[in-house]
Design a protein around this ligand. Structure first.
Ligand SMILES: [Zn+2]
Length: 436
C-alpha cells in the first residue's frame, strides 16, 4: 500500500502539469491602426484581459497554464514595448504587455487550422487612433478627379499565404509587387494608388474591401502568388468573382484556399455583418462583374506579353475579397510560388517590376475606354493626352495669382500654357493648369 501511495503522489504533479495548457510563443503584428498579438497555446484555454495605466499595460491572465522562456517576435518599438510573463496564483500564467500609450484590448480564440494550432488573439486599438484614413488628397483641388486604384497585397502578418520550396512567403512577394504597382500608378497622370496594407500585418477581407470603398476606388487589384501540389504548374492567372460557380475545379480550390486566409490570419469578429449587409445592399453586382472581366482580360493580355500565362482566359471563382458590390475587382495570381523557377523570379526585383508594369499596362488599357466621365483621364486621356493640363473653371473672385497659388504653379506658367498676356481672366472660362 505504501508503495502505491508513493507512486500516486509522484504521479500527481506530472498529471497536473500534463493538463495545463502551454503558452508556446507570441507574435506581435503592428499595423498602422491596430496591433495584433497572437499567442500559440497547446489547447483550448480560459483567459481574461484587462488594461492598466500609469504606465499603460495590458494584462492577460491564462487559467491553468505554463509559459517558459516565451519567445516573442515582432516587437519593434511600436505600441507594444515589451512582453513579460509570470506565474499567478501558482497555476495561472500572467502576461503583461508594456505599451507606449493607451489602447483598448479585444480578445478571441482561434481553433487550429492546417498551419497553426490553438491561438489566443489580442487586438489592440490605440486610444487616440491616428487611423490613417485611405485619404484621397491631391496637391491641388480640381473639378475633375483622379482615378483611384486600390492595390491589395494578399495575406500578411499571421498569414504567410503560400510558401515556396525554398521558403519564400507569398505575403512578402505580394507586398513588394503591390508597392511597385502603387509607385507606377502614382507616377501615372490622373491616377492615385491606395494600398490596403503597407506592412507585415493581417487585414481581413472585409476591411480590405472597406478601405477600397472608403477611398472611392475605381478598381480593386488583389495581388497573390499561386501554389499547386505539382511543382511544374506555372504562369500568371487573372481571376474575377463568380457567385454562380467556378470556371474549373482548380479555380474553386484556389478560391477556397484564398478565402481561408481569415481563418489563418485571424478574422475580426464584428466586421462580418457589415460586409454581409454591404453585399446584400447591392445585388446588381452583374455590371461590376462585367467590368471586372473586361479589366481582367486587359491585365491578362499584358501579363501574356511579358511571360507565360497559366490559363488564356480570365478565370472566375467565389473569391470573397473580390466582393465589393460597386468596385470592379480582379485578383492576379502573379506566378506559381510552388514552382522553383517561378519562386526565384518572384523573389527577383527586376521580375517583380516587370509584373507590376504588366498589371499597370492592363489598367491603362482598361481606363483608356472605361474612365468614369468625372475623371481627368476621361477628359484628357491616358497620360494627360494631347491637351496636357488640368482644366480649371474660373470662379467669381478668382485672380490668376490666386489660381497659381492654389495649384502651386507660377503665374508665368499659367500665362504661357493658356496664351494669355495680361492678368485679365473671365469667370466661367477654363484654364489649363500645367503640372507643377
Ligand atoms: Zn494568396
Amino acid at each position: 500500500m505504501r508503495g502505491w501511495a508513493a507512486i500516486i503522489l509522484l504521479m500527481l504533479p506530472l498529471v497536473a502539469v500534463g493538463q495545463s495548457a502551454r503558452v508556446e510563443g507570441v507574435r506581435v503584428w503592428e499595423a498602422p491602426d491596430n496591433v495584433r498579438i497572437v499567442f500559440d497555446v497547446s489547447g483550448p484555454i480560459e483567459h481574461s484581459v484587462f488594461k492598466l495605466d500609469g504606465p499603460d499595460r495590458i494584462v492577460v491572465d491564462i487559467t491553468d497554464a505554463v509559459a517558459r522562456n516565451l519567445p516573442a517576435t515582432g516587437i519593434n518599438g511600436g505600441l507594444v514595448r515589451n512582453v513579460r510573463t509570470g506565474v499567478r496564483n501558482g497555476t495561472d500564467v500572467r502576461v503583461v504587455l508594456d505599451l507606449s500609450g493607451p489602447a483598448q484590448p479585444r480578445s478571441f480564440l482561434l481553433r487550429p487550422n492546417d498551419r497553426y494550432g490553438h491561438r489566443l488573439v489580442i487586438d489592440l486599438a490605440p486610444a487616440q487612433a491616428q487611423v490613417r484614413q485611405a485619404a484621397v488628397t491631391r496637391s491641388a483641388p480640381t473639378a475633375l478627379r483622379d482615378l483611384v486604384i486600390a492595390i491589395d497585397a494578399g495575406h500578411g502578418g499571421e498569414d504567410p499565404g503560400a510558401v515556396g520550396p525554398s521558403g519564400l512567403h507569398e505575403k512578402e512577394v505580394t507586398l513588394q509587387i503591390a508597392r511597385r504597382l502603387a509607385r507606377l500608378v502614382e507616377a501615372e497622370y490622373g491616377m492615385q494608388a491606395v494600398l490596403t496594407r503597407t506592412g507585415d500585418y493581417y487585414v481581413d477581407r472585409s476591411e480590405r474591401i472597406n478601405r477600397a470603398r472608403a477611398a472611392r476606388a475605381d478598381l480593386f487589384v488583389s495581388i497573390h502568388a499561386d501554389a499547386f501540389t505539382d511543382p511544374r504548374a506555372h504562369g500568371s492567372s487573372v481571376y474575377t468573382l463568380s457567385e454562380r460557380g467556378a470556371t474549373s475545379e482548380a479555380a474553386r480550390l484556389l478560391a477556397e484556399r484564398e478565402n481561408a486566409a481569415d481563418l489563418i490570419g485571424g478574422v475580426r469578429l464584428n466586421d462580418k455583418d457589415d460586409m454581409l449587409a454591404s453585399v446584400l445592399l447591392d445585388l446588381s453586382q452583374t455590371g461590376v462583374i462585367g467590368a471586372s472581366r473586361t479589366v481582367g482580360a486587359a491585365v491578362l493580355e499584358q501579363l501574356h506579353q511579358v511571360g507565360r500565362v497559366h490559363k488564356r482566359e480570365v478565370q472566375a471563382a467565389n473569391f470573397l475579397v473580390l466582393k465589393a458590390p460597386d468596385v470592379p475587382s480582379i485578383l492576379v495570381e502573379t506566378a506559381f510560388i510552388s514552382n522553383p523557377t517561378e519562386e526565384g523570379r518572384l523573389r527577383d526585383a527586376n521580375h517583380q517590376q516587370v509584373l507590376a508594369q504588366a498589371v499597370m499596362g492592363g489598367i491603362r488599357a482598361y481606363f483608356t475606354d472605361h474612365a468614369p466621365p468625372t475623371t481627368l483621364v476621361a477628359v484628357n486621356g491616358i497620360g494627360g493626352g494631347q491637351r496636357g493640363g488640368v482644366p480649371h473653371v474660373i470662379a467669381r473672385g478668382e485672380t490668376l495669382s490666386h489660381i497659381a497659388r492654389r495649384y502651386n504653379v507660377s503665374i508665368q506658367q499659367l500665362r504661357s500654357s493658356n496664351n494669355i498676356a495680361s492678368d485679365r481672366i473671365r469667370v466661367g472660362d477654363t484654364l489649363l493648369i500645367p503640372s507643377a
